[in-house]
Every structure is written in C-alpha cells, then in structure tokens.
Design a binder for this molecule. Sequence first.
Ligand code: XMP
Length: 323
Amino acid sequence: TWTMLNIVEEQVEAIRAQVGEGRAICALSGGVDSAVAAAIVQRAIGDRLTCVYVDHGMMRLGETEQVRRDFEEVFDTLDVVDASEQFLGALEGITDPEEKRKIIGREFIRTFEAAEVRVFGDVAGGATAYLVQGTLYPDVVESGGGAGTSNIKSHHNVGGLPDDLQFELVEPLRTLFKDEVRAVGEQLGLPSTMVWRHPFPGPGLGIRIIGEVTRERLDILREADAIAREELTRAGLDRDIWQFPVVLLADVRSVGVQGDHRTYGHPVVLRPVTSEDAMTADWARLPYAVLERISTRITNEVREINRVTVDITSKPPGTIEWE
Ligand code: XMP
C-alpha cells in the first residue's frame, strides 16, 4: 500500500499542476474506475470538481439508491440526474443491439452536455474545462496508446457553452490495472460496495434484455438478477467471480408446469464468468448447490420466468454480455 499511497500523492500533484484554478467535471457510472478517478481529482481540486451521475432507468434493483448513498458520502459536489423517461422513451421499439447502444450513448451525451452547461456555462472565453475519465492501462493499450483529447471532440458542439472553451482529459488511472484501482480505492477509504462492485456495462440492463426494452421487462429482469446476486453473495463468492450478468430472453417463451398449471414463460440465462481484464473470460464453475438455489428461487419468485439456464461459453468465442 506504500506504492498505492505514492500513486495517489503523485497523481494529486500532477492534477494540481494540470488543472490549476480550473474546473473539472466527471461522469460517474457507478463503477469503481470513475469513482476512484473522481476521488483522486477531488483530493487535488476539492469542490472545483463536479460529479454527475445519470440514472438511465436501466440499473439493477436498489442500485441507484446504493450508488447515491455511496457517492453522497464521498463527493461534495454531486449532480444526480433522473433521465429514465428520456432514455426509455428513446428506446421504444428498438431491438437491434447496436442501435440500442447508439441511442443510449446519444442520450447519455445529451444529458451530460446539459450538466456541462450548468458547470461551465459561465466560464470566461479561452478557459479550459477538464473532463475526468477512469481510463485504465488496458483501455490505453486497447485503443492504441492514447485517448488523448481527440476522442471527446464529437460531443462538444454544445449550445450554451463558450465557443472557445477547450476540453482536456484528466486520467489519473492511465497506468493502473483493475486490482490496483481497487487497492487505491481502499487506500482512499471509499465504501467497499463501491470498491468491490463487479463491472457493469454503461447501457445497463438495456443490453441484457434480448428484444425491446420496456419497463415491465426491466422489472422482471431486476427481480431475477437480484436473486442471483444475493445468492452469490450468500455463498461468499463475490470476489471469485468477475461478473455475473443475468440475461432475459424476452422474446422467447417455453412451456413449463408449476403445481398443476401449464406455464408459458420466459427463460433467463445466468452468465457468471471469471476474468482478469474482460478481454478474455471463462465461464465460472459455480457450485451446483448455488445454481440450484438460484434456479429454484427465480422460478418460484418471478412469475414470468419458468426456466433458468447457464451459459457455458468462454470468451472468445462468446462475449461476456449477450448484446
Ligand atoms: P463483452 O460483452 O464485450 O464485455 O465481453 C466486456 C466488458 O465490457 C463491459 N461492457 C461495457 N461496458 N459500456 C460499458 O461501460 C458498454 O457499452 C459495454 N459493453 C460491455 C462488459 O460488462 C464486460 O465487463
């Protein structure tokens, strides 16, 4: 942890040098990377950092409340935006995975831009605005060596912002791997729900519903997902598993029987994986007893689901998510 402490101190110095008296904004996703990046920046520049958390309505059960509690504990300047109407409205009728991602990305940028206008709208011309990003070393390598400032261009023709406002990235985690980010997070005293949270994709449950995303389907998936996560935690396996997506095959139905009733419900897919960095992954050999409890509980407790399956595909050839 000496090294982790050094990393934090080094980064705090570097950020003070870079940002000077400027202001910064950070989009918090709820994940550990953006949270740790923002916490380091806050150490450096205090309340000249504004954190924005966008609730797109596709988070897991209780997650936005948890994220809000954790963040309010850590960040002085937090802007929680409830944009679920906007996101779910824009997704109506959309089934194609790439289209879903594009729409979610677009709505996110719109929401974030509005936050930027709130934060930077009154900045005098010629000033620099800083965007904090939780880019890790594997992301740097994967994108060919440099996020730099170029990849943010597309989202800065924003009405309401001074024309000559320059945007610059602040990326305090660029040399770190995930396990080091977690160590830094612990060093900084961040809540363990934040530090040990499994990775969760930006588009959230929107890409775990195969088919159109609707409020009703989100509710069904939320219930099943909460059971799976609860049983994983109860079995003490959270830290052995990289991620545990639960996927709702919303357009598929199969016949089942419960008591003396015929059922005609939807299947869910359990997708527990182990991984080092999400570039490759293996399906996790969860104990049968844990799988059994999850299956029994989901089919008993979630009326619309009558079948539970397990995905035993590694990555490659599968990806971790289904969309
Ligand atoms: P795949 O499915 O490609 O996922 O094996 C690799 C890792 O990336 C996460 N993921 C995303 N994260 N926005 C994100 O922030 C996204 O659009 C997105 N898609 C996938 C996925 O959960 C896994 O950890």
